[in-house]
Design a protein around this ligand. Sequence first.
Ligand code: ADP
Length: 620
Amino acid sequence: MQSITSSSFFQFIKGSELRNRFILYFIALSAMPVLVLGGVALYLIDLSHRQDISKLEVQLIDQKVEEIEKFFADTLGILELRVGFFQRSPIPPESQIFVLEGLMEENSAFQEISFIDVGGLIANNIPTVAGKEIAKAVRAEKNISLITDATRLANISRLDSFTDPARGESFVGDVYYTLSGPMVTLSAPVRNKNNDIIQVLSAEVSLSEIHRSIKRARIGTNGYVILVDKEGAVIAHHGRGEIKPGTDLIGLSRVRAVLQGEIMDALGDQDRYISFFEGVPVVGAGKKIPKIGWGLLVEWPINDADAVMSDVRNQVVLYVLFSILAVLVLGPLFVFRLVQPIRKLQVGATEIEKGNFEKLVDIRTNDELEDLGSAFNKMAKGLKRLKELQEEFVFIAAHDLRAPVTVIKGYLSMISEDRSMQSFTDNVKDYLEQIQKANQRLEKLVKDLLEVARSEAGRIVVEVKPIDVRDPVSESVEGLRSLAADKSISLKYESLPVAELVLVDTDRLKEIMENLISNAIKYSPANATVRVFHERKPSEIITHVEDSGFGIPKEKQAKLFEKFYRVSMKETQGIGGTGLGLFIVKELITKMNGKIWFESEYGKGSTFSFSLPLARQKQV
Ligand code: ADP
């Protein structure tokens, strides 16, 4: 017994429903979790990254807010002087100059600083003018000039920078922009030990320290900060581009939003936009500085902010892709291992259905499938043995039946030839005729069974020699004329014009012709026609047996040459037969190197044709 060779992997890849289903399951079970996990990981990474960005930006803003508030607190703290006496009287004029000079030296942000009278009587009952500057120090390059000359001093009684501190409140003015940078006016009351306001100290303060701090501020590599005053003008920004301090940005919706007190934390979708300053997509945050009403904005170019995350994200994507690739490559391999044995069993079963018990399935998986393979092979061996027994039985039975049939036939012919036959009554003659017919059928059955048994045992012998095909064919036709005449069927033989030598066994060819012609007569109604004719081909002679009989429906044609197969249809009910004739005919023709086929149409008739090799062709 040979084994079924494993169908190649690529054949397998081409098509198998079980495989496709397994691959689908496999991919669904292994790739889906990876995809879902990858997706969730990406989502979480993105989420936490967004939060990190937001945290960093908000932190930077808070730090800058704190810095700015501290600057103001410190600067105002310096201005809020408290003198060491109890009287209402102001600082004596001679001391004022020294105080101013000291303050200027102490704090380089002060560009101008002046004492202002708050009105009322001073010592010696000298009245003072409210809002009038008394002394002033001005920074000019590296020197500080002190002014006490009343003509060079101004009266600022109407300005908030005087009225606020005169009421006891510190004052922070609007930012204004000079060539040396943004400035702001700060003023504060000067109090004595009784907490009386005795004067006002007002200073023009340079914001260059804040400007520098904002300019230097960075988030990531390219993230930056912008500081605007409460009117939306730029106090300071990262320093790139054309924007100068004082540029009005109130037209920008984000600037307006910040100044209106909206908190922008870089988390929302609206916090990702194209920057007015850089022209690139950024993620931004913003906040209003509560006490002074300025606005701080942070912008971080997205590609810079995402740079770190891109690495992580790429790694996750790469991991997911790699895993899916592995699943796609390994999946079919695993499934191949799983499905291949099943396919082998399927092929094995098909072979058994065809009657081929020789092939064994070869499954080596070391598991239940291998056990199933062994069980399958045992079953195949069992079936083979069963078939052999059946063939043996048919052969022995047919062989042993032949002798009594021959004896009966002999005695029947002796009786029919005996003179005493004349003395039999018509009834007895009729019975004898019936017995004779039954015995003929039995003889044919036994003969067919023996032939089948021989064919299965490979014991059909044909002895071919060159013979004029016309002889055995016309002999067979003549032999069946009376059978045709019984049904008024016209049986025609269109012989060949010249002798054509075919390589055949004469007796077998007659057997074939008798089978085909008697079938044509049997399966045709009365008055039909049966035509036998040849066709000469270069290397063979084709013989056709054509009838105008019942025909065979298409769906019943497939198994016509199988043994014991008989077409069941109403027209042929009651017609006797074994279903062995065509099987034997095919065996014999194949043995003689020919082929047989047929065409049939239900209700119109059939044509059975077979080819036989020409003798001279064979001898070449
Ligand atoms: P059987 O002994 O039944 O005639 P065969 O093997 O000779 O067995 O034929 C098998 C079956 O094929 C027949 O039972 C018949 O139904 C069908 N058959 C054979 N020859 C013809 C034909 N010429 N026309 C119609 N049916 C045919």
